[in-house]
Design a protein around this ligand. Structure first.
Ligand code: SF4
Ligand code: SF4
Length: 448
């Protein structure tokens, strides 16, 4: 029997996944106008490569990556370029291509490839198709998956999906298991890796069973499906690497610099479609959910669809909306304008009622040390928060605030309702903006 792989710390959060976990993926709305922000990934923004009046098809490139750490952007509908202008996006006001949909769904796919491709051709295809991480960070896949300095020895596919409410990865594993396994087998053969694991939390037994069954049917003996403990933030890349392989990624390093290839399961499905079907990343599954959504669902959505249309597709709001979040409740970011378009790394649209406007009253720290106990990267959140509030950015540095993975466990667990993550993020932002003083920090007088 397999040992259950546990994260070292973290918190047991309530999943709320029952709202959508049992619902099959459905085809989403077909908007009349779609918006493609040139910044929908990590790295440098794409450059617009169409002009107003141009005719486009599904798969036509509308944004070109100007540098290695950037990503191409493609239209998800056929129609006419109506405007090129600043629009609101999840990453702030961004130059965007606005396309009027002609409803014809004409397509312009790339040439499909097969298993015999070289690694070079593989990375070229990921770049051409604009594949970026679908787990939330949107890092370009041709950068993240390429070996640096040494050959890959490990493949770790992340099916942990630990954020409450989100079920996009869960449904993708259930409904696209052959595509996921086929692609992992391609990675294994391309890089001749020794350890190939798809890690899934133990609260998704149906996904574990499905992938095991398909791996057996397809004869993929070198891919292991590993069950990991369902404790937040198990789906964080660093936490999962530690749980599955016992590997630590030093601060400032990327897994591919250490011979480890990591990817989210939904990204693997996008890689499959790009390589074997020639399809750029123009659609993705989004969980639309929360207490005020009439019919929460997992929706196969065209990139560029305004949130409002997606919510209407799910029956609209059932009452006053107090908070909308791009992502889950732990790591997601609130937003207010429903005209904002969903993009390649939008996993979840989560909507709460009026009660979410009420901010819990902050009280004094009771020195319980719970925030320290749960931090998966061994930080001392209350000390960083105190340092930031005292204007001691030098101490934030000494306390290694840069190692924070923004999981929010400290804020979640704090009985005094101190917004620790918010403080840490504000401190990090100030640190980035400041000309960091190189002088040695003075002794700290800040204590628990
Ligand atoms: S300090 Fe950062 S990494 Fe640690 S629990 Fe808080 S949010 Fe998570
Ligand atoms: S900040 Fe909150 S969790 Fe941390 S020691 Fe103080 S009361 Fe406890």
């Amino acid at each position: 029997m397999q040992r259950l792989l546990r994260p070292r710390k973290g918190v047991p959060v309530s999943g709320h996944k029952e709202l959508t976990a049992g619902k099959p993926i459905v085809e989403g709305p077909i908007p009349s106008e779609l918006v493609f922000p040139m910044m929908m990934h990590s790295g440098v923004p794409a450059e617009v490569c169409v002009k107003v009046g141009d005719q486009v098809r599904i798969g036509t490139q509308v944004g070109r990556a100007p540098q290695h750490i950037s990503a191409n952007i493609h239209s998800s509908v056929s129609g006419t370029v109506k405007a090129i202008e600043q629009r609101d996006s999840f990453r702030g006001p961004t130059l965007s291509v606005v396309i009027e949909n002609n409803g014809l769904d004409d397509k312009q796919w790339l040439e499909p490839l097969d298993e015999s491709i070289s690694a070079e051709k593989f990375f070229g295809r990921l770049r051409d198709a604009g594949i970026t991480g679908k787990g939330g960070a949107g890092f370009p896949a041709h950068v993240k998956l390429s070996p640096r300095n040494q050959r890959h020895r490990y493949v770790l596919i992340n099916g942990a999906e630990c954020e409450p409410f989100s079920t996009t990865d869960h449904r993708t594993m259930l409904e696209y298991a052959p595509e996921i396994l086929h692609t992992v087998e391609l990675l294994r053969r391309l890089f001749n890796t020794e350890h190939n694991v798809i890690a899934i939390e133990d609260d998704k037994p149906d996904a574990i069973a499905r992938l095991q069954e398909v791996a057996g049917d397809l004869g993929y003996k070198h891919i292991r499906i590993r069950k990991v403990h369902g404790r937040y933030p198990q789906g964080d890349q660093g936490v999962l690497l530690r749980s599955v392989f016992g590997l630590e990624i030093p601060q400032g390093k990327f897994p591919n610099e250490m011979g480890i290839l990591t990817s989210n399961v939904s990204t693997v499905k996008a890689v499959h479609d790009a390589v074997f079907m020639g399809r750029p990343l123009v659609r993705r599954v989004i969980t639309v959910t929360g207490p005020v959504i009439a019919n929460p669902q997992n929706v196969l959505t065209r990139v560029g669809t305004p949130v409002r249309e997606l919510v209407d597709f799910c029956g609209g709001f059932t009452g006053d909306v107090g908070k909308m979040i791009n992502g889950g409740p732990m790591m997601g970011r609130p937003f207010s304008a429903p005209e904002i378009p969903v993009v390649k790394d939008t996993t979840t649209i989560l909507c709460f009622g009026a009660e979410a406007r009420v901010r819990p009253e902050e009280r004094a720290c009771i020195r319980c040390a719970k925030c320290i106990d749960v931090c998966p990267v061994n930080l001392q959140p209350i000390l960083i928060s105190n340092a930031r509030r005292a204007g001691r950015l030098d101490l934030c540095k000494v306390l290694k605030a840069e190692s924070c993975i923004y999981c929010g466990c400290c804020t979640y667990i704090c009985p005094s309702r101190i917004p620790l993550l918010k403080d840490i993020m504000a401190g990090l932002e100030q640190l980035r903006q400041s000309e960091a003083p190189r002088s040695k920090p003075q002794n700290s007088s800040i204590q628990l």
